[in-house]
Design a binder for this molecule. Structure first.
Ligand code: HEC
Ligand code: HEC
Ligand code: HEC
Ligand code: HEC
Ligand code: HEC
Ligand code: HEC
Ligand code: HEC
Ligand code: HEC
Length: 451
């Protein structure tokens, strides 16, 4: 049954858009299409018996995967298991599943953006320059202070000083959003807790990033990635409640009430107001709209850095903030007049200025306390430091993101109102320590922090 559906699908595919790169098996003809001077798609012809076998057997062994693949655009142009999973025999990731044992074909369950780049070089290049690639993995993989947080404090080492910390907090949490370094066992397969991972996952073939976080496998649907749900698995919660902000904004109101009737399937760069009445995350941060072209670099349209302790205009690896502002305003002006757009951006700039004032005040107190040795060595047991963290990482970020994306409840009640409360408590602790020259005995801070 499943097989017959698949076969009829293949017959329906015109030869000119057929596939498979199988370089080692036969020399395929390469067709490079430069579309509108921007998108470059490489299509390789020549469908092999080898590639057909994967689908045939996997339709029985892993029907869920084959069914999802069958519905996607890539199955329609006959890009199959082989194109993405076959690797060279000498690849560090080469292994064989039971179906191909003993043959000259090697595969891997891991697929990095390097594979996608063979056919989608433009998307991969843009993605690689964004905060979703190397920068996303950096905190989890490279930064010592986060490793201490993950392994020592959250990993429970401090509960059992005699034992090694646990990796559980990291493997089920941080790295499922941020990504981590894939480590291989002797069978060339990933060892537990290092794969699969989040948006900045790093691979043994040198590839960085995980394309499946927004268009999930094996449909790889563009329509799915255009919906706000595609971002919601990571952009949520007390420290970056972007989906909550969006769904409570006027844009979210329109999405929730009318989204079902919108057209999600327009061609890349041809998804325009009219297909939808209000923007989604993708519209503002990625999709082509009006004169703007689609980008996989989410940093391109940003002005401020709203994620780190102090907000600055973006420079260097984080993007060009001045250009970012221009591009984002261009997005808005497809549906709003210039007065509306300028007013909204001015509110964001004022929000950042006020937040920075609170942050600078808190930093000044922290530095004075540090000079006078009035901070504990372990910052996570020090009431002042815990509040200092909530000020920028939770409440302050909520105020900034809320104002940026028109979520008034987050800008105020979950935002500035609590920035102010936390600041007052910071000040009270600071005053006590400066007056008495000692750290108070008990911290009054609730460990869950302000919600
Ligand atoms: C367009 C590329 C592409 C195609 C076509 C494709 N896959 Fe995948 N597959 C991926 C990616 C990407 C992942 C995620 C890998 C990662 O996280 O490193 C994946 C993961 C997997 C996994 C491991 C994850 C799991 O859930 O167990 C299996 C098994 C798999 N694919 C089988 C298949 C089969 C069978 C087919 C053919 C019907 C197929 N794939 C077609 C790209 C593809
Ligand atoms: C005759 C049946 C059969 C054929 C043909 C076959 N497979 Fe498999 N494949 C399996 C089975 C069964 C598994 C489950 C794990 C195992 O037995 O190795 C599997 C597992 C996999 C996995 C997951 C490996 C893991 O470590 O989780 C991938 C990826 C995969 N196959 C891809 C392919 C590709 C690509 C082809 C074609 C080149 C292919 N398979 C051909 C039966 C087959
Ligand atoms: C062998 C070439 C090839 C490989 C490898 C490949 N793709 Fe594709 N992909 C295509 C072609 C061809 C299309 C159809 C283009 C079109 O419709 O204009 C496509 C379309 C897509 C689309 C648009 C789907 C839609 O709903 O319109 C997405 C998303 C996508 N690919 C993602 C990926 C990802 C992610 C990878 C790597 C895991 C990948 N592709 C690997 C050739 C490939
Ligand atoms: C639910 C998904 C999720 C989890 C779990 C998560 N993060 Fe994040 N993290 C994000 C998102 C999304 C951002 C970006 C927010 C923004 O840009 O405003 C982010 C931003 C960051 C940043 C700031 C950006 C940078 O690279 O400097 C750091 C550092 C960070 N996270 C570290 C961690 C660590 C360490 C853990 C585990 C202790 C963790 N995160 C857990 C999703 C997550
Ligand atoms: C942060 C979410 C996100 C990630 C991660 C992501 N994409 Fe996309 N992708 C999108 C969105 C949104 C669109 C639709 C853009 C539009 O509306 O024009 C899209 C469209 C596409 C398309 C079809 C449009 C085109 O320009 O050809 C391809 C191909 C594609 N993505 C490939 C990839 C590849 C390869 C990766 C990994 C390097 C990737 N995507 C990672 C969100 C994402
Ligand atoms: C698998 C988790 C995940 C998904 C899904 C995801 N992101 Fe992210 N995003 C992150 C992480 C982690 C960061 C922080 C990167 C860093 O550490 O600098 C981030 C950062 C960002 C940033 C800021 C980049 C920077 O350098 O500061 C933007 C904007 C963004 N994401 C937008 C989106 C949009 C829009 C979508 C959906 C179309 C999306 N993301 C989907 C995990 C995700
Ligand atoms: C109406 C357009 C719009 C929509 C819709 C939208 N955003 Fe934003 N987003 C913005 C603007 C504007 C900023 C602030 C830009 C700046 O830096 O000046 C921003 C900032 C961000 C940031 C902070 C980046 C940083 O500095 O760390 C993240 C993360 C983000 N958006 C993710 C999302 C996600 C996820 C969604 C959907 C749930 C979404 N956005 C919906 C316009 C939008
Ligand atoms: C696809 C069209 C579209 C785009 C693009 C768009 N908006 Fe909107 N926006 C709307 C609609 C429609 C409303 C609802 C107006 C109403 O409440 O009657 C709205 C409402 C708003 C509101 C609520 C206040 C009000 O007008 O009642 C703000 C603030 C806002 N948009 C800001 C922005 C910003 C900033 C951008 C660009 C970053 C943007 N919008 C991009 C369509 C859009």
């Amino acid at each position: 049954m499943m097989m017959s559906k698949w076969v009829s699908l293949c017959i329906a595919v015109p030869l000119t858009c057929c596939i498979a790169q199988a370089q080692e098996v036969q020399e395929p003809e390469t067709v490079e299409l430069a579309l509108a001077g921007k998108r470059e798609i490489v299509v390789k012809r020549g469908y092999t018996e080898e590639a057909a076998k994967c689908v045939e057997c996997h339709a029985k062994e892993t029907p869920g995967i084959v069914e999802a693949w069958r519905e996607g655009r890539m199955a329609h142009v006959a890009v199959s298991c082989y194109d993405c999973h076959a690797v060279k025999k000498n690849s560090p990731m080469a292994s064989q599943c039971s179906g191909i044992k003993g043959s000259e074909t090697f595969i891997s369950p891991m697929v990095s953006p390097k594979t996608c780049a063979k056919c989608h070089p433009t998307e991969v290049e843009q993605f690689s320059k964004s905060g979703h690639a190397r920068l996303a993995g950096a905190p989890v993989i490279e930064k010592e202070k986060f490793k201490k947080l993950m392994y020592h404090y959250e990993g429970g080492e401090f509960m059992h000083p005699d034992k090694k910390g646990s990796t559980a907090s990291r493997s089920g949490g941080c790295q499922m959003c941020h990504g981590t370094e894939t480590e291989l066992g002797p069978d060339n397969k990933p060892i537990n807790e290092t794969w699969p991972g989040g948006v900045g996952q790093r691979y043994p073939d040198g590839g960085i990033g995980n394309c499946t976080v927004c268009h999930t496998r094996h449909m790889f649907s563009m329509a799915e990635a255009r919906k706000p749900e595609a971002c919601a698995s990571c952009h949520l919660g007390p420290d970056h409640p972007d989906i909550e902000i969006y769904l409570s904004s006027k844009h979210g109101q329109l999405y929730l009430t009318h989204g079902e009737d919108w057209n999600w399937d327009s061609a890349p760069d041809a998804w325009e107001p009219g297909d939808y009445k209000a923007p989604t995350c993708a519209t503002c941060h990625m999709s082509g709209i009006g004169e703007l072209k689609t980008t996989h670099n989410v940093n391109e349209r940003l002005h401020w850095d709203l994620v780190h302790p102090r907000s600055e205009v973006r420079t260097g690896e984080r993007g060009d903030g001045h250009k970012g502002r221009e591009l984002m305003e261009q997005v808005c002006e497809n549906c709003h007049g210039p007065t509306h757009t300028k007013a909204t951006m001015a509110t964001l700039d004022k929000t950042v200025a006020l937040y920075n004032e609170y942050y600078d005040g808190a930093e000044k107190m922290r530095k004075e306390l540090a000079e006078k040795k009035l901070l504990k060595e372990d910052r996570w047991s020090d009431g002042f430091m815990e509040l200092h963290y909530y000020l920028w990482h939770h409440t302050g970020r909520r105020a900034r993101h809320g104002a940026a994306m028109n979520g008034p409840d987050y800008a105020h009640w979950h935002g500035f109102f609590q920035v102010f409360q936390v600041y007052k408590d910071l000040k009270a602790i600071y005053d006590y320590r400066m007056k008495h020259g000692e750290i108070e005995e008990l911290s009054t801070v609730m460990s869950t922090g302000p919600e």
